[in-house]
Design a protein around this ligand. Structure first.
Ligand code: NAD
Ligand code: IPM
Ligand code: MN
Length: 365
């Protein structure tokens, strides 16, 4: 299998975690005789500093010419004073828009070994397996008018969707639910917002195409609570861009750390892969970052762009195995209650690679 992958590691812990994900991809390629052509380009704060823009043309062109793009993270404290359209994050939003993927799949899976790391009781989170489908190209992030008039002191953003934009993401979510536990929860704020009323009506219409999937609607505020009280109740959850952004960071409480969450964005010209977490300036450059979210993201590259299900499953199972063996990055061992073996970012990456290798060799022998 041939795969052209563009890596945009970005800022803060982005390069640290992405190095480990790329090393896993190289290992999988070497073991299976696959040819992964991996190229790197700048995005975010590093690109602002070197190229004067958060998304250089060269990066975008390389992204559009790839089979898959793997991002680390963007953003940093030094860019906080910049206007929204000049910040590192603007580069990320632009590349998402240009690649065109509208369905951001964010699986939140509670590894049994990490339930003790959740502030929720283990019996609440054990077995949680939720697939969030976050609409990624519309809503408050992209709606117009937007802006900040410094003279009048007025600022505005617009939550806007077309019916087609809602229907296409709803179809993806229903389709995924059909292959899982056949339950879809659609999140909105239809008790207040017209956009949400249209969202709900459209999801109801699309539901007719999927009579085998049970659909429920939740208001986003209640959903934030239900997720913490009864995460086991949920299978696939579909939400507007900002609601999905917020709920998926909340899901990190279920999985034990934000550093565990991967994502894949599908439906556009080129699939886009990124862990859910950001550049974590508070721990950057110290070898403290958890690379597992990025490594699990590389598994999604293998699955959705490579069609390499065995290899994707081997990476996921290697992550489980290293956790079973008691290896942890610091975020997964806050109080070190059971004498975990605490590893640095690169050590954790190496452990996963070693385990992936053993598992893939076992499969092929
Ligand atoms: P963050 O996700 O970077 O960090 C939140 C908290 O989680 C921090 O305490 C951090 O140390 C911890 N954390 C995150 N990832 C971790 C990992 N892999 N291992 C261990 N701990 C981890 O969010 P923030 O602090 O709100 O934002 C920091 C910057 O990142 C901002 O500029 C923000 O815009 C940007 N950001 C970028 C992305 C992205 O590029 N996809 C996503 C979210 C935030
Ligand atoms: C995420 C991030 C981004 C978002 C930011 C950095 C633009 O929070 O991927 O969850 O809000 O989409
Ligand atoms: Mn976010």
């Amino acid at each position: 299998m041939k795969l052209k992958i563009l890596v945009t590691a970005g800022d803060g812990i982005g390069p640290e975690v992405t190095n480990e994900a790329v090393a896993v991809l190289r290992e999988v390629a070497a073991l299976g005789g696959h040819s992964f052509e991996i190229e790197e380009k700048r995005i975010g704060g590093v690109a602002i500093v070197k190229d004067g823009t958060p998304l250089p043309d060269e990066t975008l062109a390389a992204a559009l010419a790839s089979d898959a793009v793997l991002l680390g993270a963007v953003g940093g404290n030094e860019f906080e004073a910049l206007p929204a359209d000049k910040r590192p994050e603007a580069g990320l939003l632009k590349i998402r828009a240009e690649l065109g993927g509208f369905a951001n799949l964010r699986p939140a899976f509670a590894f049994k070994e990490l339930t003790v790391n959740s502030p929720l009781r283990p019996e609440i989170v054990d077995g949680a397996d939720i697939l969030f489908v976050r609409e990624l190209l519309g809503g408050l992030y992209f709606g117009k008018p937007r802006g900040w008039n410094h003279e009048t002191g007025e600022a505005q953003n617009t939550m806007r969707y077309t019916k087609d934009e809602v229907a296409r993401v709803a179809r993806v979510a229903f389709g995924l639910a059909r292959k899982r536990r056949k339950k879809l929860t659609s999140v909105d704020k239809a008790n207040v917002l017209e956009v949400s009323q249209m969202w709900r009506a459209t999801v109801n219409e699309v539901a007719a195409e999927f009579p085998d999937v049970a659909l429920e609607h939740q208001y986003v505020d209640a959903m934030a609570m239900h997720l913490m009280n009864q995460p086991l109740k949920y299978d696939v959850v579909v939400a507007e861009n900002l609601f999905g952004d917020i709920l998926t960071d909340e899901a990190a409480v279920i999985t034990g750390s934000l550093g565990m969450l991967p994502s894949a964005t599908i439906g556009g010209k080129v699939n886009f892969y990124e862990p859910v977490h950001g550049s974590a300036p508070d721990i950057a450059g110290k070898g403290l970052a958890n690379p597992l979210g990025s490594i699990l993201t590389s598994a999604l590259v293998l699955r959705y762009s490579g069609g390499l299900e065995t290899e994707a499953a081997a990476v996921e199972s290697a992550v489980r195995t290293v956790l079973e063996q008691g290896f942890r990055t610091p975020d997964l061992a806050r109080s070190n209650p059971q004498g975990f073996k605490v590893l640095s970012t690169t050590e954790m990456g190496a452990k996963v690679r070693e385990t992936v290798k053993k598992q893939l060799l076992a499969v092929s022998s």
